[in-house]
Design a protein around this ligand. Structure first.
Ligand SMILES: *[C@@H]1O[C@H](CO)[C@@H](O)[C@H](O)[C@H]1NC(C)=O
Ligand SMILES: *[C@@H]1O[C@H](CO)[C@@H](O)[C@H](O)[C@H]1NC(C)=O
Length: 508
C-alpha cells in the first residue's frame, strides 16, 4: 500500500467502500455503454441481441448489478408509423456483473427501419435512440445477401477459425465422385444416420442414406436459415446425424479419409465438425419454446460467487460409466460433491444401488460453485452452457470435442480432471482452498465462452465450413437420384420484400 503512487490514493476510499458492500456510485445513463450485432440493421438473426455495460458517473464500469430501483429498459419499434410490426422484447437479462443482455425477436420485416430506445430510469443510455435504417428482415424472410464477403463483414466474422483450418488440413481436395461411390456403402447402410445434401443456386436438396435420419430436421433448419441470409456456394456434402464421428481412416492411408461432416469430433477420427445440433437448434428456436439457449443462460446464473454452495455438482443420465462413479464418489464425500443420475438407460441394473435423483432445472445448477463436466455418449453437449455460467467448470479429460473447445485451455478457462476421475476430489479441495484463483478461472472461462458462443458466431462458423468445403471440390456438385428439394418454410403471416427484388412469396 505504501508504494502506491499518490494519484491512486483518491480511489482508495471508494474501493474500500465497495469492498465493504456499500452501494456503488449511481449509474450514469449517458456514460453507460451499448454495443453488439442487434444494433446493426444488416445482421439478420432469429433473435437479435446487444449488450449494455452500466458505468458510474465517475466513468467506472460497474461489476455488480446497479443498486436502487432504476432499471434498464428497451423499446424497439418501427420507424414508420405505417409499418406495424410484431417484435418481442423480453426484459433485459441481468448478467449479475454490471452488464446486461438485450434480446428481441422480429416476427415481421420493416422497410423503413427500426428505432431502438435504451433507457435507464427515464434517461437515454449511450447514443440512444438507435436508428436502424431499413430494410430490416425477420428470420423467415428469404432475402440472401448476394455478396458473401460483405455478409461476413457485416457479422464481423473472424477471419481465422483454428478448428476449421485443422479439420480441412487433411483434405486439400474433395473428390465428389469418390464420395458418391463410397459414402453410401461405408456409412449409409449399416449405421444409417447420413444425409446427402446438394446446394445449387442457394436451393437445398437432400436424400437420406439409412434409416436413422430423423435428426435431419436440425441440419435442414440451419441450412435453410443460412440460405435466407446469404448466398451459399454450390456444394455437395454428407452430414452424419449420429452421435459418433465416423471417419477413422488415417491421412497417409490409401484410400484416404473422406470429409464427412459431424457434430462432434474425436482425436482418432477425421470428421469435419459443425456446432452441435443442440446449440444450433436452441439458437434458432430461442424465445419460441426453447428456454435454455446460449443467451438465456447468461441471465440465469444463480447467486453470485460468494453465495454459491461450495460443492461440485452433477446431474445427468447414465450415458457413461464415469457418471455412475461420480454418484458413488458423492455418496462417500457429500461435503465435496453432489451428484445424481436422473435417468437410467444404459446401466439399469445400477439404479437400485445408486438411486435416481430428481430432475432439476439447468439454471439451478449454478447454485453450486463447481460444475463437473463428464462426457455422455460423446462430448457432453451441456459444456457450452456450463462455460457460460459463473461457476468453475471441472472438465473430464476427453478425446471428444465440439467446434469451440480448441480456444479453451486448462487452468485458464477450466480445471481439468482425469478421465477416470481419480483426481476429482483433490481438484475440488484445491478449488475450495484457492477461492480467488478458482473464481478467476471461472470468470476467464465465462468471458471467453461469451465471446466464442455468440449466436452470430455460429452462423460465421457454419458459413466458413461450407466455404472451405466448396473451395476444395474437384468437380461440380449435382442433384443426385433420390434427392428432393427442402423448401423454405412458408411464412404466411408476413410477406417480405427483398430490396430491389420482387416479393419473396412470388419466388417460392
Ligand atoms: C468497461 O466495459 C467495457 C464493456 O464491457 C469494456 O470494453 C471496457 O474495457 C471496460 N473498461 C474498463 C476500464 O475496464
Ligand atoms: C448473499 O446473499 C445475501 C442474502 O440473500 C445477500 O444479502 C448478499 O448481498 C449476497 N452476497 C452477494 C455477494 O451477492
Amino acid at each position: 500500500m505504501g508504494r502506491l503512487p499518490r494519484a491512486a490514493l483518491p480511489w482508495l476510499p471508494l474501493a474500500l467502500l465497495a469492498a465493504a458492500g456499500a452501494p456503488e456510485a449511481p449509474v450514469s445513463a449517458p456514460r453507460s455503454l451499448a454495443w453488439g450485432p442487434g444494433l446493426q440493421a444488416g445482421v439478420v438473426l432469429p433473435v437479435r441481441y446487444f449488450y449494455l455495460q452500466a458505468v458510474s458517473s465517475e466513468g467506472r464500469n460497474l461489476t455488480r448489478p446497479p443498486p436502487g430501483p432504476a432499471q434498464f429498459k428497451v423499446v424497439v419499434k418501427s420507424l414508420s408509423p405505417k409499418e406495424l410490426v410484431r417484435i418481442h422484447v423480453p426484459k433485459p437479462l441481468d448478467r449479475n456483473d454490471g452488464t446486461f443482455l438485450i434480446r428481441y425477436r422480429m416476427y415481421e420485416s420493416v422497410n423503413e427501419g427500426l428505432k431502438i430506445e435504451v433507457l435507464y430510469g427515464d434517461e437515454h443510455v449511450a447514443q440512444s435512440p438507435y436508428i436502424l435504417k431499413g430494410p430490416i428482415y425477420h428470420e423467415y424472410c428469404a432475402c440472401p445477401q448476394e455478396d458473401p464477403q460483405a455478409w461476413l463483414q457485416t457479422l464481423s466474422c473472424p477471419t481465422e477459425e483454428p478448428q476449421i483450418a485443422k479439420d480441412f488440413a487433411s483434405f486439400p481436395s474433395i473428390n465428389l465422385q469418390q464420395m458418391l461411390r463410397e459414402v453410401p456403402k461405408r456409412f449409409g447402410e449399416e449405421r444409417g444416420a447420413i444425409v446427402h445434401y446438394t446446394i445449387l443456386n442457394n436451393h437445398i436438396y437432400r436424400r437420406p442414406l439409412g434409416k436413422y435420419t430423423d435428426f435431419k430436421m436440425f441440419s435442414d433448419e440451419i441450412l435453410l436459415s443460412l440460405a435466407r441470409k446469404v448466398l451459399l456456394p454450390d456444394l455437395e456434402f454428407y452430414i452424419n446425424l449420429g452421435d459418433w464421428p465416423l471417419e477413422h481412416r488415417k491421412v497417409n492411408e490409401t484410400p484416404g479419409p473422406l470429409p464427412i461432416i459431424s457434430w462432434c469430433g474425436s482425436l482418432d477420427s477425421r470428421d469435419i465438425i459443425l456446432p452441435t445440433y443442440d446449440t444450433t437448434h436452441s439458437t434458432l428456436e430461442a424465445m419460441r419454446g426453447v428456454s435454455n439457449d446460449l443467451l438465456s443462460i447468461q441471465g440465469n446464473t444463480g447467486p453470485s460467487w460468494a453465495n454459491k454452495t461450495e460443492k461440485a455438482f452433477f446431474r445427468g443420465r447414465d450415458s457413461r460409466e464415469e457418471r455412475l462413479q461420480l454418484v458413488q464418489l458423492a455418496k462417500e464425500n457429500p461435503e465435496l460433491l453432489d451428484a445424481g443420475i436422473t435417468g437410467y438407460f444404459f446401466f439399469q441394473e445400477k439404479e437400485k444401488e445408486l438411486g435416481k435423483a430428481k430432475l432439476i432445472g439447468f439454471f439451478d445448477f449454478f447454485k453450486y460453485k463447481y460444475q463437473v463436466n463428464v462426457d455422455g455418449t460423446v462430448a457432453a453437449y451441456r459444456y457450452p452452457y456450463l462455460m457460460l455460467g459463473d461457476s468453475l467448470v471441472l472438465k473430464q479429460d476427453s478425446p471428444y470435442y465440439e467446434h469451440f473447445y480448441v480456444a479453451l485451455q486448462p487452468w485458464k478457462h477450466y480445471v481439468p480432471i482425469k478421465r477416470n476421475l481419480a483426481d476429482l476430489l483433490e481438484k475440488v479441495k484445491w478449488a475450495k482452498e484457492n477461492d480467488e484463483e478458482a473464481k478467476r478461472i471461472a470468470k476467464e472461462g465465462q468471458l471467453t465462452a461469451r465471446d466464442l458462443l455468440q449466436p452470430h458466431r455460429l452462423y460465421c462458423y457454419y458459413y466458413r465450413v461450407l466455404q472451405n468445403y466448396a473451395e476444395r471440390q474437384s468437380s461440380k456438385p449435382e442433384i443426385r437420384d433420390g434427392m428432393e428439394l427442402v423448401p423454405q418454410p412458408h411464412d404466411d403471416t408476413s410477406v417480405c420484400q427483398c430490396q430491389g427484388k420482387s416479393p419473396s412469396r412470388e419466388e417460392l
